[in-house]
Design a protein around this ligand. Sequence first.
Ligand code: ASC
Length: 150
Amino acid sequence: MKKMLLTLIAVSSAALSFSAAAQFAKAEDAVKYRKASFTVMAAHFGRLGAMAQGKVAFDANAAAANADIVASMAKLPWAAFGEGTDQGDTKAKHEIWSQGAKFKDAADKLQTESVKLAAAARAGKEDVFKAAFTATAGTCKSCHDDFRSK
Ligand code: ASC
C-alpha cells in the first residue's frame, strides 16, 4: 500500500511538471486563459477610464489599485499565444504568429505603460494620471488594430 502510494505520488508529480512545462493541456485552455486575463484587465482599465474621462472623481488610491491589477494582468496573456492556439473561439489574427517580434513589442509596450500608469496614479496628480491613461489606452488600441480581428 505504501509502495503504491509512493508510485502514485511519483507519477502525479511527473505529470504535474510535464503540464507546467507545456503550460496548457489543450489549445482551447490557452485561449480561455488569455481571454480571461484580458477580461479582468479590461474591467479594471474601464474603471480607470471612467476616472480619466471625469465620469468618476479621481481617487489616487483607487486608481493605483486598479492600475496595479492592469499591470499584473498585462504580464499574463502572452504565454497563452503558443503554436496551435490560433484556432477556435478567438479573434486572434494570424499576424500574431507571422509577425511575432512585432506582437512581442506591442505586448511589451502595454506592460511598460501600465506600470507607468500605476506610478502616475500613485503620484496623485490627475493630469499626469490622465496622460498616462491615454498612453496606455494607445497601446491597447494599436495592438487590437494590428492583431485582433473585428
Ligand atoms: C478599454 C478596453 C480596451 C481598451 C481600448 C483602448 O477600456 O476594454 O480594449 O480600452 O479600447 O483603445
